[in-house]
Design a protein around this ligand. Sequence first.
Ligand SMILES: [Zn+2]
Ligand SMILES: [Zn+2]
Length: 377
Amino acid sequence: MKAQVVVQTGDRKLELTEHEVPRVTAGTALLAVEACGLCGSDVEQYKGAFSAKGIAAYPLIPGHEPVGRIVEIDADAARAWGVKAGDRVAVEPHLSCGLCRTCLEGSYHLCKEVRPTGLPAYGFLPLDFGHGLWGGYSTYMHLVPRTVLHKIPDEMPIELATQYQSLAAGVRWAVQVPKTALGDSVLILGPGQRGLGAVIACCEAGAGQIIVTGLRRDRHKLDLALALGAHHTIVADEEDTVERVLSLTGGRGVDVAVDVVPAATQSIVDAVGAVRIGGTVVIGGVKGGTSRVSLDSDRILFREITIKGVYSQGSPAYREALRMLVENRYDLARLHTHTFGLEEADTALRTLAGEIPGAEAVCVSLHPHQSPPRSQS
Ligand SMILES: [Zn+2]
Ligand SMILES: [Zn+2]
């Protein structure tokens, strides 16, 4: 049996081809990919940022946000995962060993044992690693032992289901890690999928004041942030972010500042400048290997500011995100802007990257089993 796959062979080079589907062996399963969400990491991978840093090597099948149906499953895997053939699941991308010190201390999403060099995650492993069928830009994926799955209801619209990772990032980065509590003020720097996920998570946590920054070209995303429940927006290339935050908080600064801006580093400087005495800065936006930030360390010391890095989401955040997607109290379908077939992967990535004029993308997904005309929903 062959899967239809998109293989990345170089920077900005994608090929639609076929790949042998491996047999289901002990502890494994076969997933029919219903859709795969795309995020900023997909765009960076497409452009070549990860291969340049040695995190991912070509050729590979991208796609680390897959949702699909189990079509075949080994009995051991069915017992371990609590799922059966026919179940609909969302897949956590990170692969872990379950036995190293990092895993045993609960940080399985940071385990390096499965693959010491590069990112040990679905969507980032090369074709010559194991069975090769690792990515969600494919009609089928082979799920290996210790994959973490989350069951999702049959009736959940796929446009909601594919938002599980961005919403989980918002849950962990803006609420669970900084311990955001009822009434807290939160500054979210960056209005992309993760920033909007952070807005929703902060609303759910009962934050008293939510402020979101973006650029002039992000107006549609800033408007979405306001519609979802943010109280104020700041246009960072027109206004002074720190000044605005201090004026909005009576000079005190925010309790929590969450940076989800990709590439640019000014947002980290602004976060440190805008947080209150004893406040917390969370850094979740990947800046790229050459970026350096110049910070006034005395400000951090004298104000006892906590700075915390976050990578990936983790099971508790995925569980909360999926609960919120099931309840759908925030009308999250409005975040999903574009649906593409597998053969349109290149266009999908350029749409999310903002390279298609007027597209105004937020959440974009690939649907490997159908070839729908490019659509805006
Ligand atoms: Zn992602
Ligand atoms: Zn481990």
